[in-house]
Design a protein around this ligand. Structure first.
Ligand code: M5T
Ligand code: MG
Length: 242
């Protein structure tokens, strides 16, 4: 079977231009295809920067990042967009309708597919409650919808786009625990077993992940399953207790 959605970081160091210390330090890890990898760590630890490096928003000063063996630095923008998609920590909606925002990554998606993505993203009810449903206008920046609704629309948008790798940057922490659990229970079927990377604040969001990376000040200080980390990582134990 062809590999799909395997990501490898090898000795990756990255610092913002002009900054004294790097924000990602010598990071090496593998994200296995078809599995869920979680990234957890305190604010400013470098979680978002790790995802941004995968999307090649910046290039590392040292080390390499590959997707299915190909260095991301050699992929075209289009190949990269096909391979990997992000729900950003601060999702953005543009002026248009709910439907046009959901079709951003795949313009040919049917209405049925949009509703299915909304069902999984726990956004079906509020879109149904809109007078015009999918055709409801959205203002630039999405100021006409609440922050939580914007986040769910952004999740649905990525599900519609169907990349090989799904990145969720803190996409579930605004949801209540029950909605978070419902969404994550529905995700595997919707992503058809694609590679999933979840940055989370809440441990309950990631206990079932195949692999958890614990990051502190730009360094990977622990890795393993929830149970393995409970036994091996002081930092993880602290996160669990907090
Ligand atoms: C890691 C700095 C940030 C922090 C470190 C995105 C971004 C980050 N930083 C910049 O200087 N410029 C930038 O554009 O990099 O930041 P992070 O990866 O955003 O941290 P996080 O995602 O783990 O934190 P949080 O709060 O989202 O949980 O020193 O200042
Ligand atoms: Mg972040």
């Amino acid at each position: 079977t062809p590999e799909r959605g395997r990501i490898e970081f090898s000795g990756v160091t990255f610092g913002f231009p002009g900054a004294e210390t790097p924000v990602v330090k010598d990071a090496s890890f593998v994200v296995e295809p078809g599995k869920t990898t979680a990234i957890i760590g305190s604010t400013g630890a470098g979680k978002t920067v790790l995802l941004n490096l995968m999307l090649r928003l910046y290039d590392p000063q040292q080390g390499t990042i590959t997707i299915d063996g190909a260095p991301v630095s050699q992929l075209t923008r289009e190949q990269l967009a096909d391979a990997i998609g992000l729900v950003p920590q601060r999702p953005y909606l543009f002026a248009g309708t709910i439907a046009s925002n959901l079709r951003f990554g795949r313009s040919g998606a049917t209405e049925e597919e949009l509703w299915e993505a909304l069902r999984v993203a726990q956004g079906e009810d509020f879109v149904k409650a809109k007078e015009l449903g999918l055709d409801e206008p959205v203002s630039q920046g999405g100021t006409s919808v609440s922050g939580g609704q914007r986040q769910r629309l952004s999740i649905a948008r990525l599900l519609v786009a169907r990349p090989k790798v799904y990145l969720f940057d803190d996409s579930f922490s605004a949801l209540d625990v029950a909605t978070d659990a419902r969404l994550r229970a529905a995700l595997p079927e919707a992503t058809q077993g694609a590679t999933t990377i979840i940055v989370a604040q809440r441990v309950s969001t990631i206990t079932e992940a195949d692999q958890i990376l614990v990051i502190e000040a730009g360094e990977i200080v622990g890795r393993g399953t929830h149970d393995e980390l409970l036994a091996s990582s002081d930092v993880y134990q602290e996160i669990v207790r907090s």
